[in-house]
Ligand binder design. Sequence first.
Ligand code: SF4
Length: 63
Amino acid sequence: MIQAMVIEEKCTGCGVCAAICSEVFEMEDALAKVKADPVPESTKEECVEAAESCPVQAIAVTG
Ligand code: SF4
């Protein structure tokens, strides 16, 4: 089981993470928000891909 966290101070609100993994990330007030905690096993790969695709490394994945 993994968990994702958005570091709000870094997030620019580009929307890439939500576009890649809408099961875990959603946009709210121009910032990304984690809506699935913990991350479901079925979306783990997408979640990691989203984190790796964040242009400002604002997503921390743990677990
Ligand atoms: S990809 Fe990164 S910068 Fe873009 S909305 Fe998601 S967390 Fe924010």
